[in-house]
Design a binder for this molecule. Structure first.
Ligand code: HEM
Length: 511
């Protein structure tokens, strides 16, 4: 046998195997190249998988579950990865103050793990970054001033009356209260009426087209979807996904809401506003073209796409978050009849039978404590974050440029250091005489913190209080066999969406 006959077959399989090994090794290195960021900074955390980081576990068990479990296991600081993006999760108050407030200029945007943010979300406050965010935020902040909120009272009061009528009918028909369905209809009617000046009439109409579309958007609001993951891991695929018209939101429903906003804009343009002072009018008064804005970026202006993006965000955020707050507060009141009775007494003793107004609902101290405690027990958003513009060392931990600092809101709200007996509904912890024991950044963190805190916070609190005053004066909420003892959240969602509808019984108070 000569040398050639032995070498050639050997070469025949070695070359492809060697190439395959090289490709696998390179892929592995690519899929794990950032995954030592936290271990080399001395920060522990759950083991990341190549490419995916920790999102496999999050998708399976859920944000709410993982963020609580990891907090118990690793303490006030631990490192995770959204695909290749390192995220330092922390409930350390000093770090939170530094990142969210003091050094905001170094951490101005939330960490965005989705490079395929769909239109029009990518045009509004939730999606934009840097100077574009600053200009938009400046323009929109006046919408939520006290005088603007007070001006909404008449419309919200009308929605409160419709809420009572719908709840009364439900009770008289002997039905259990599907809490989210009822409050979702209320918050949708409120947000569309107060922000855009059109009526959705969702209350009392279960098959309402606006409600069905917005519900469908949230039913599909898992954070990590296959397309987003592939695009984040392999950025060269982004143009391909765009070419395919990929969207992480259900297309038909997103288009319906976009077109609803567009038609509200058209109607308003035609009627000229007629002295309106709502969000839509404020945005239209600031409308400008992209080139006008580029010529003077400091001015409070918005492009038409930005107005649509803002409208879309407010439409869906205004519906979901406040309905979630009301859902869990009602549930907690049903589970804690003594607290419910105390709240009822406080409302009646403070404002009697008066129509709720901005001034009188904000004067009921125990109401504020109950709303905040419900938000603490079940924060509508599980987490928020900030991305580092440049490398930064905080409390000895090096945070590389592009990495993020996240706050596990659910973990912070269940931290025994700030909230003893965290699993109990104890509104008194937010009473004036007790609340200073909780650092203010922790108290408020359900809405985020610093200049990028939730812009709708004051509207949400006001609207929730109007609804609670209205319903608690008229109904008792009671636990029934169908009421869950514990809430299980839908896995993969960063929002506090329960796996099954929350049902409670209702009794008319005068009955
Ligand atoms: C109980 C109700 C609500 C809760 C718990 C809530 C929670 C949050 C949180 C945690 C953030 C992130 C803040 C941060 O990163 O620091 C946020 C941002 C935001 N929320 Fe809310 N939200 C609520 C109601 C609303 C309402 C009613 C609206 C609209 C009217 C709204 C619109 C927004 C917008 C536009 C942002 C982005 C702000 C920015 O980046 O400048 N939210 N919200």
């Amino acid at each position: 046998m000569d040398a050639a006959t032995t070498v050639v077959p050997w070469l025949g399989w070695t070359v492809p195997v060697t190439l395959l090994c090289i490709v696998i090794t390179l892929l592995y290195l690519y899929g794990t190249w950032t995954h030592t960021t936290w271990s080399s900074a001395g920060v522990s955390g759950p083991k990341p998988l190549p490419f995916l980081g920790n999102i496999g576990e999050i998708n399976k068990k859920g944000f709410f579950h993982c963020l609580q479990e990891w907090g118990k296991q690793y303490g006030k600081m631990y490192g995770i990865y959204f695909m290749h993006r390192p995220l330092l999760m922390t409930t350390d108050v000093d770090i939170l103050k530094e990142v969210f407030i003091k050094d905001f200029a170094d951490f101005p945007d939330r960490l965005n793990a989705n490079p395929l943010q769909p239109y029009p979300v990518n045009q509004g406050l939730i999606g934009v970054t840097g100077d574009r965010w600053r200009r938009q935020r400046h323009t929109l902040t006046p919408t939520f001033s006290t005088s603007k909120l007070k001006a909404m009272n008449k419309f919200i009061t009308r929605c409160c009356h419709n809420l009572i009528a719908a709840m009364r009918k439900n009770t008289e028909e002997g039905k259990l209260l599907d809490v989210k369905q009822m409050y979702g209809s209320f918050t949708l009617d409120v947000i569309c009426g107060t922000a855009f000046g059109f009526e959705t009439n969702a209350l009392g109409h279960e098959d309402n087209v606006f409600l069905n579309n917005v519900k469908a958007i949230f039913a599909e609001a898992r954070v990590f979807k296959v397309g987003n993951i592939i695009a984040a891991v392999f950025p060269f695929t982004i143009p391909f996904f765009k070419w395919l018209g990929y969207s992480s939101m259900p297309k038909k429903e997103a288009r319906f809401i976009t077109e609803t906003i567009r038609s509200a804009i058209e109607t308003r343009r035609k009627d000229g506003g007629k002295g309106r002072v709502d969000l839509l009018q404020l945005m239209l008064d600031a409308e400008a073209t992209g080139s006008e804005i580029a010529g003077n970026p400091q001015e409070k202006r918005l492009t038409t796409d930005e107005i649509i993006g803002q409208g879309f965000t407010v439409f869906i955020a205004g519906y979901e978050t406040t309905a979630t707050t009301l859902q869990y507060l009602t549930y907690l009141l049903a589970l804690n009849p003594d607290k419910q009775e105390k709240l009822y007494r406080e409302i009646v003793d403070t404002i009697g039978n008066a129509e709720p107004t901005y001034d009188n609902v904000t004067s009921i101290k125990y109401l504020d404590s109950c709303v905040r405690e419900a938000l603490r027990c079940f924060p509508p958003a599980a987490l928020t974050s900030r991305g580092a513009l440049a490398e930064k060392t905080i409390k000895g931990v090096k945070i590389p440029a592009g990495a993020g600092v996240g706050v596990p809101i659910i973990g912070l709200m269940r931290d025994e250091e700030f909230f003893p007996e965290p699993d109990k509904f104890i509104p008194e912890r937010f009473d004036d005489e007790n609340k200073d024991a909780i650092p203010s950044i922790v108290r408020e963190m359900v809405f985020g913190a610093g200049p990028r805190q939730c812009i709708g916070m004051r509207l949400a609190l006001y609207e929730a209080k109007m609804a609670v005053v209205t319903v608690v004066r008229q109904f008792k909420f009671v636990k029934v066999p169908e009421t869950p003892d514990e809430i299980t959240f839908r896995p993969g969602f960063a929002l506090a969406l329960p796996l099954r509808p929350v049902l409670v019984g209702t009794q008319l108070r005068e009955a």
